[in-house]
Design a protein around this ligand. Structure first.
Ligand SMILES: *[C@@H]1O[C@H](CO)[C@@H](O)[C@H](O)[C@H]1NC(C)=O
Ligand SMILES: *[C@@H]1O[C@H](CO)[C@@H](O)[C@H](O)[C@H]1NC(C)=O
Length: 367
């Protein structure tokens, strides 16, 4: 009898240890790293001397604090919503001085509004963190985390992380098409410029891969010619601006092709293409089907389609942001971002190639 009690006590302790083990692996969420431009910047540019910033009202009007944060959104942006859906703590901007110690372990956001694949993209914004500099910061991040948890654990954290990379739109909007007869448009026809940008993008992604991550979601550009800013400048009847649409139509398939090549080269599906162009086109072609009243007029802005200039405290501001696809002349509203993240999570192969984020999570949890 005594022996039986002893045994069951042992058994209970054993079970308890098992449960603890389970708990601690569940609490230890996957780290999340973000690189790219204003679609994913969550405040890095607030720490820089640049004009590319979203730190004044009404930016952030629907954010939990109702204050501007540096996100180019009325509320949450795509990385925030991915973290939320995954049950992860939101990542902080890498330049935020409060990002230290244990907080580093959930990941970091290195994105900076205005940047592109090319180093000369966004030069008019002066001080922005260009993509190679973002990757250098990522290397510095790894050194800082190594000092906390050791080199081996840091390598593991990075290898098992998820990365989101959003880049490319500015290489057209804030470079090739920034001014008539831009330096790049004198150097390249559009047909030659697109493969050049894609080949430079490939180098960026290979450098990222060298730094350790093994799952990277790469978004294409949206329909660049359909944003309110372009409608204001180039549209008479509300049709999307032709040249920029042509650019997106050339860039996105070549990007997917390049990602396929990289995966083949690596012998593994490291790079996942998110067809953000299609995700946007769905609600641009039929906004009502998604509960929007317009996909042409920005909620915040001025001039035709509220597409001229920037969104500032003096701009027109719509009362209900959820009814607008576009928050400002260039960036989607929080609700549009939610729909995009829904597709990233669970979309078919027409949206996520070769697989969606739910599938990635299921595969990697089995590994
Ligand atoms: C862009 O800058 C990085 C580092 O600053 C450099 O390694 C790279 O070669 C540059 N790209 C081009 C196309 O000049
Ligand atoms: C995407 O995710 C859902 C689960 O939410 C799954 O049922 C579906 O099959 C996935 N699609 C693809 C193409 O992997």
């Amino acid at each position: 009898m005594a022996e039986l009690v002893e045994n069951s006590r042992f058994y209970l302790v054993f079970l308890f240890v098992l449960m603890l083990g389970n708990l601690s692996t569940r609490v230890e969420a996957r780290a999340f790293f973000v690189f790219g431009d204003s679609l994913v910047d969550n405040g890095n540019n607030n720490y820089l001397a640049t004009t590319a910033r979203a730190d004044a009202p009404p930016y952030g009007i629907d954010y939990p604090t109702h204050r501007p944060t540096g996100r180019f959104s009325n509320g949450l942006n795509i990385p925030d919503l991915i973290s939320e859906q995954m049950g992860w703590e939101a990542t902080m901007p890498y330049l935020n001085p409060e990002l230290t110690g244990q907080k580093l372990l959930v990941g970091a956001n290195f994105a900076s509004a205005g940047v592109g694949v090319l180093n000369d993209t966004g030069f008019q914004f002066v001080n922005i963190i260009r993509i190679y500099e973002q990757l250098n910061f990522f290397q510095q991040y790894q050194q800082r985390v190594s000092a906390l948890i050791g080199e081996e654990e840091t390598k593991k954290l990075v290898k098992e992380s998820l990365v989101l990379m959003t880049l490319g739109g500015n290489d057209f909007v804030n470079n090739y098409y920034l001014v008539p007869y831009s330096a790049r448009s004198r150097q390249f026809t559009l047909q030659k410029y697109v493969p050049y940008v894609v080949s430079e993008y490939k180098k960026v992604l290979m450098r990222l891969h060298d730094l350790g991550p093994r799952r990277v979601i790469v978004t294409g550009t949206g329909p660049l010619g359909c944003v309110p800013a372009e409608l204001a400048l180039h549209s008479t009847n509300g049709e999307c601006a032709e040249e920029l649409q042509k650019a997106a139509a050339l860039f996105n398939p070549q990007l997917v092709q390049m990602l396929n090549e990289l995966n083949q080269q690596l012998g593994s599906n490291v790079f996942i293409a998110a067809n953000t162009n299609q995700m946007h086109m769905d609600f641009i072609s039929n906004p009502q089907a998604f509960g929007f009243t317009t996909s042409k007029i920005a909620c915040c802005g001025q001039g035709p389609y509220n597409g001229l200039g920037l969104c500032t405290p003096f701009s027109n501001l719509c009362p209900n942001r959820d009814l607008y696809v576009f928050w400002d002349p260039f960036h989607p509203s929080e609700r549009a971002n939610k729909l995009i993240v829904q597709q990233i999570l669970a979309g078919s192969t027409a949206y996520m190639h070769p697989m969606n984020l739910s599938t990635i999570m299921a595969l990697d949890s089995r590994a």
